[in-house]
Design a protein around this ligand. Structure first.
Ligand SMILES: NC(=O)c1ccc[n+]([C@@H]2O[C@H](COP(=O)([O-])OP(=O)(O)OC[C@H]3O[C@@H](n4cnc5c(N)ncnc54)[C@H](OP(=O)(O)O)[C@@H]3O)[C@@H](O)[C@H]2O)c1
Length: 385
């Protein structure tokens, strides 16, 4: 029986993780749930069903409403406030903390869980983009304590199992291409919020869905792969694969290529991360091999400049990735609020990155400062227009 805490239990990954727990109730017991507090009925239902000893809620007013809606339930304690997820990650008796928070707010809970000796199943890719060096420092010599949930990285971890690092020549992570595959830059400038939220393959939270429409998501994943698998950026490649069945490929120095395939269902990488090293049975549909051909194409780098920007920022290192991520979070929100066109997102991120004067070392303090500066600068640029 593994004791499990889920940060972001009301989100897309969080709810799917609870599906996995329902199916494997003999394997996992929920000891902590956390959310911002925006989906109150859902969280109340989760608390009643899983009876976690501790629940963390970021928003204080929402926490009061949730406690009132819940009524008297014995044995459930609340942690409330902006740092509630971080405290939950450190304090509860979990074996595994699944971090399914969205954005750079996920970094502190990832660090807290690892510092407390827990294993982290990481969906929150922003933790690695923003604080890759800090996170990887905490799992030096025990890489199994950090398990990727992102489908491409879960696929890479599986494909690299038992292989010698020096035999790996390069890796390829795939992208479906999102809703705007084949669109030109001028067409993209007119894309609506509704069109951008209509991802052809994955049902995800709004932030990652917009990141998938600009391909910033793939840029973030390149940086994530760099840290997770200690790969040079020149060894990490991106290909568009609209069928979304091959999630990653590893090419070895003898020329052989290993593709890791699965139907597009996040419950599989979630369950792999929670059950590791075991492969538990699942209801995920088998890969349809004869339905349609598998195709791969290069990224249109002119229409989708986010990928090249991420390679550049990753190569620069220091506080640049934190700045790229923070500016992107602000610009994505502005797009969702109808303040800027889709193509402005990456332009704004680029401008903020170009203006950034990096700190000479990476620490929690310098990352925090860079993140704050980038958010403010991105907001100013948005307001100027
Ligand atoms: N969705 C996918 O298929 C997918 C695939 C690969 C990777 N990922 C990564 O997984 C992470 C989660 O994505 P998602 O799509 O599941 O996001 P989502 O649906 O937007 O869910 C986010 C969750 O985090 C909670 N939350 C947000 N801000 C918080 C805060 N400050 N403190 C505490 N809780 C907070 C939300 O609570 P409320 O409900 O109360 O707002 C919600 O439970 C992201 O990093 C994403 O890139 C997602």
């Amino acid at each position: 029986m593994r004791l499990l805490t889920i940060l972001g239990s009301t989100g897309s990954i969080g709810t799917q993780a609870l599906d996995v727990v329902r199916r494997h109730a003999d394997r996992f017991r929920i000891v902590g749930l956390s959310a911002a507090g925006m989906n109150q009925e859902l969280l109340v239902g989760q608390i009643r069903e899983f009876l976690p000893p501790t629940v963390a809620i970021a928003d204080e007013e929402a926490a009061r409403d949730i406690e009132a809606k819940l009524g008297p339930v014995r044995g459930v304690e609340f942690i409330v406030g902006p740092d509630a997820a971080e405290r939950l990650a450190a304090e509860t008796e979990a074996d595994i903390v699944l971090n399914a928070l969205v954005g750079s707010a996920g970094l502190a809970p990832t660090l807290a869980a690892l510092q407390a000796g827990k294993t982290v199943a990481l969906a929150n890719k922003e933790s690695l983009v923003v604080g890759g060096e800090l996170v990887m420092d905490l799992v030096k010599g025990e890489p199994e304590r950090l398990r990727p949930v992102d489908s491409e990285h879960a696929a890479l971890a599986a494909a690299l199992r038992g292989e010698r690092r020096e035999d790996v020549k390069r890796v390829v992570i795939t992208a479906s291409g999102g809703p705007f595959r084949g669109w030109t830059r001028s067409e993209l400038a007119r894309a609506s919020v509704k069109e951008a939220l209509a991802h052809p393959v994955w049902q995800m939270g709004p932030k990652i869905t917009i990141d998938s429409a600009t391909l910033m998501n793939k840029g973030l994943e390149v940086i994530e792969a760099h840290y997770l698998f200690d790969l040079d950026y020149s060894q990490i490649h991106v290909l568009i694969h609209p069928e979304s069945l091959v999630h990653a490929l590893v090419e070895f120095r003898d020329g052989s290529l290993r593709a890791e395939m699965a139907s597009a269902d996040m419950r599989l990488p979630i369950q792999l991360a929670l059950g590791w090293p075991e492969r538990l049975p699942s209801t995920v549909a088998p890969v349809p091999l004869t339905d349609r051909p598998l195709t791969f194409e290069p990224v249109d780098r002119e229409a989708f400049p986010a990928v090249d920007l991420a390679y550049r920022v990753g190569g620069l290192g220091l506080t640049f990735p934190a700045v790229m991520n923070a500016a992107n979070e602000v610009a994505v929100m502005a797009f969702l609020e109808g303040k800027i066109p889709l193509t402005r997102i990456v332009e704004i991120v680029q401008t903020v990155v170009d203006e950034h004067e990096p700190a000479s070392i990476v620490s929690a303090v310098t990352i925090e400062r860079a993140d704050r500066w980038a958010r403010q600068r991105a907001a100013e640029i948005i307001d100027e227009r």
